[in-house]
Design a protein around this ligand. Structure first.
Ligand code: NDP
Length: 260
């Protein structure tokens, strides 16, 4: 088996119809994996599935809102039945991104963010664990945010909250790496900075935000989705078999940039 191939491997990628998740589906398929993905919009999902199939990619999909516990359970039942109770790769890509000053979060918005980001990630790991363990060689990749690594608040028009969930995902990555190593499961986290996707269209149009982001980013531009998905795919390859518990930024150097 080639160290640089995912041929014969099976993967679940949440939120694959747009942005970073879409690029991850394409990269995993490009390396030969069979992929199942989900999103909340049936039409958009069908469009994507048709396009992928016309490219010869092996992709299936379900409509699923991962913030719902019931729908998560249904999703994993479907995945288990499609892939015969086994899975090699789980990519936890869905995540909400609300920017507000800390004191402006209402209880409702706080609960909503925690449900979408943290509850779903935690529960989906619990649900995929037996499937990943079944092969004895699993890879979990979380997509977090640099908000979990550095404070994004200072001097920005959008004062960001502390974004506890990003930091929690980072720690979950490390704990699962240790706890599930005995089951042959690796766990890593990819941390994008601003990436050109529909999620952040409003930020890309905000000149003040962009000027500040670009001036702080050594590479001087924001990321395209495929620049993030290539690391996700690498972490799933047999070539990455000794890499676990790592949190890796794909940020053009933003988080290591000190005083200019
Ligand atoms: P997009 O909004 O561009 O795409 C999100 C995808 O996930 C869509 O396919 C969407 O489809 C699906 N999705 C969203 N919510 C749910 C849900 N509750 N259940 C199922 N599917 C859902 O996002 P990005 O690609 O930009 O972001 C991907 C990840 O990267 C997120 O975790 C985000 O926080 C993180 N990130 C992104 C950054 C950026 O600058 N873009 C920066 C840092 C982190 P649908 O809406 O139809 O359900």
């Amino acid at each position: 088996v080639s160290r640089w191939s995912l041929k014969g491997k099976t993967a679940l990628v949440t939120g694959g119809t747009r942005g970073i998740g879409h690029a991850i589906v394409e990269d995993l398929c490009g390396f030969g994996a069979t992929v199942h993905t989900c999103s909340r919009n049936q039409d958009e999902l069908n469009n994507c599935l048709n396009q992928w199939r016309s490219k010869g990619f092996l992709v299936s999909g379900s409509v699923c809102d991962v913030s719902s516990r019931e729908q998560r359970e249904k999703l994993i039942q479907e995945v288990a039945s499609i892939f015969n109770g086994k899975l090699h790769i789980y990519v936890n890509n869905v995540g909400a991104n609300f920017r507000k000053p800390t004191i402006e979060y209402t209880a409702e918005v706080y609960s909503e963010i925690m449900a979408i980001n943290l509850d779903s990630a935690y529960h989906l790991c619990q649900l995929t664990h037996p499937l990943l363990k079944a092969y004895g060689m699993g890879s979990i990749v979380f997509i977090s945010s640099i908000a979990g690594v550095v404070s994004l608040g200072t001097g920005s028009v959008y004062a960001a909250s502390k974004v506890m969930f990003s930091a929690a995902i980072t720690q979950l990555t490390k704990n699962l790496a240790c706890e599930w190593a005995k089951d042959g499961i690796r766990s890593n986290c990819v941390v994008p900075a601003t990436t050109n996707t529909p999620l952040v269209e409003h930020l890309l149009r905000n000149k003040q935000y962009m000027d500040e982001m670009l001036s702080r980013t050594p590479l001087g531009c924001i990321a395209e989705s495929h620049e993030v998905s290539s690391l996700v795919a690498f972490l799933c390859l047999p070539a990455a078999s000794y890499i676990t518990g790592q949190v890796i930024c794909v940020d053009g150097g933003l988080t290591v940039n000190g005083f200019q």
